[in-house]
Ligand binder design. Structure first.
Ligand code: S3P
Length: 167
């Protein structure tokens, strides 16, 4: 593997954490999750960070956490679904790793995220929120080095594809 890190980006529910953990295990690399790092650093949940400080403060903390994580090598990094919205974050990811965007159909996304009701941006009518955000972020993930539509694929297949493409 020549890449210094593998960075997974994608909408909520596209499987970044599941795929990332398996990929890291297979490569013998460390798995990092930017949301989990933020929760650990601030000793609180992502929804509390949003609720107490607001989304723009959360985005600033998220950028700092990503910069910190990506200063190291040999990691598979799962990023929060909105981390790609800042151009500086996209540049930092592209500079410090092989960036893979995971995509999935709205139906699969809705099915996956419905088991976790804590996501702050998906409060209210889940289907409406997912469709609206997907529309707003239509091409937000296309800057990646590789884009994988995971809709018809198993975790094993996605992992193998990433290893193949990152080499
Ligand atoms: C967000 C995605 C979440 C989390 C936060 C905001 C987004 O991460 O960072 O709720 O803006 O898409 P996951 O993609 O891991 O759910």
């Amino acid at each position: 593997m020549t890449a210094s890190n593998i960075v997974l980006v994608g909408f909520m529910g596209t499987g970044k954490s599941t795929v990332g953990k398996q990929l890291a295990e297979q490569l013998g690399w460390i798995f990092q999750d930017s949301d989990a790092a933020l929760e650990q650093e601030h000793q609180t949940s992502i929804s509390d960070l949003f609720r107490v400080h607001g989304e723009s403060h959360f985005r600033a903390l998220e950028s700092k956490a990503l910069e910190h994580i990506l200063a190291r090598k040999g990691q598979v990094v799962a990023t929060g679904g909105g981390a790609v919205l800042a151009e500086s974050n996209r540049a930092c990811m592209l500079q410090n790793g092989f960036v893979v965007a995971l995509k999935a159909s709205p139906e699969i996304i809705i099915q996956r995220v419905s088991s976790d009701t804590s996501r702050p941006l998906l409060q209210g009518n889940l289907e409406e929120r997912v469709h609206l955000l997907l529309e707003q972020r239509k091409s937000a993930y296309d800057f990646a080095h590789a884009v994988i539509d995971t809709t018809q694929l198993t975790t094993d297949e996605i992992t193998a594809l990433i290893i193949q493409q990152a080499e």
